[in-house]
Design a protein around this ligand. Structure first.
Ligand code: ZN
Length: 89
């Protein structure tokens, strides 16, 4: 799982998932209080993977795109990349 860029304190899957579904909010490390912002390439990849299946609606049974979107949401925390973010949003 992902670690804090500053002190290597591990983030839980739930921390990353929560960040993703709240619009890629920076994760504040519980140990050193540093903000870790999702890497922009990672954000774009997750958005594309979530939007892509929407294009399938109408061509395949509705559960197919829904299942794809849900899988992306659940699996993407494992591929998350972070950069140190000091900018407050
Ligand atoms: Zn830290």
């Amino acid at each position: 799982m992902k670690k804090c860029k500053n002190c290597s304190y591990p983030f839980s899957w739930g921390d990353v998932f929560g960040s993703n579904i709240s619009g890629f909010k920076a994760i504040r490390c519980k140990n050193c209080k540093t903000e870790n912002s999702p890497d922009s390439i990672y954000k774009i990849a997750v958005i594309l993977l979530d939007v892509g299946p929407l294009l399938l609606f109408g061509f395949v049974p509705a559960y197919v795109p829904i299942a794809l979107i849900v899988s992306v949401l659940f699996i993407s925390p494992f591929f998350a990349k972070y950069e140190l973010g000091d900018k407050k949003m």
